[in-house]
Design a protein around this ligand. Sequence first.
Ligand SMILES: [Zn+2]
Length: 231
Amino acid sequence: MGNTQPSQPLKARPPHECPYFCCCAELLKSLELPERYFTARYNMCYCEECSRRRKDKRFYPRADKQYGLPEGWTRFSLQLESYKLKYFDLWHRAYHGTTFKNVSSILENGLVVPGTYVGGGDSVSTRKGHFNDHFGPADFDTEQIFLSPSIKYVEMEAYSTTQTVRVNRKRYQAKVAFQALIRPDSYSVGPQTTGRKSPIDPPLPNSEMEWSTSDSDDIILYGILIKIIDY
Ligand SMILES: [Zn+2]
């Protein structure tokens, strides 16, 4: 590929060496994903300690939305064609929860509508416990890619399931998600579907927790997020 940011290996770290970040980096390394997807340039640790050191706020205005930082997570930034960088000022920020098993396919194919053939003999199915054609409100369209502006929503078990991952003979309970840009006006906004009554991530309203689109071209994935629960 021409016209891309310089590739840097996964072992590159933020300026301060946060042990939590390093542990998440080891976990990511254990997934053996091709290094060509990554650039260390925008790697970031949002652990309590690092966030306090930077004096992070919980929300920042981005485009015409509130962007909530992925508190407690670490971000490993993805290599993007340089023309896409301008969208950071224009598009909305969103999260997509997934499983470690799906990460490689998402890196290869992007987020795709359930049922899409992505090669290798697999078609992407909706996850267990999610709405599908046999389970869900009558007019609920499952042929959509779902994201959320809220990391607090995405880190719920239904979206980013806690999994056991072995790293250097140690076991961790961890979650994985993607951080994305999504084109304004390209997506539908819907309420949370977990049954939660109390506010999930104020000031983001529960009535706007799910953003969906059927067009993967409206989404730019720019980071893999990892959170270790039992660190
Ligand atoms: Zn940290």
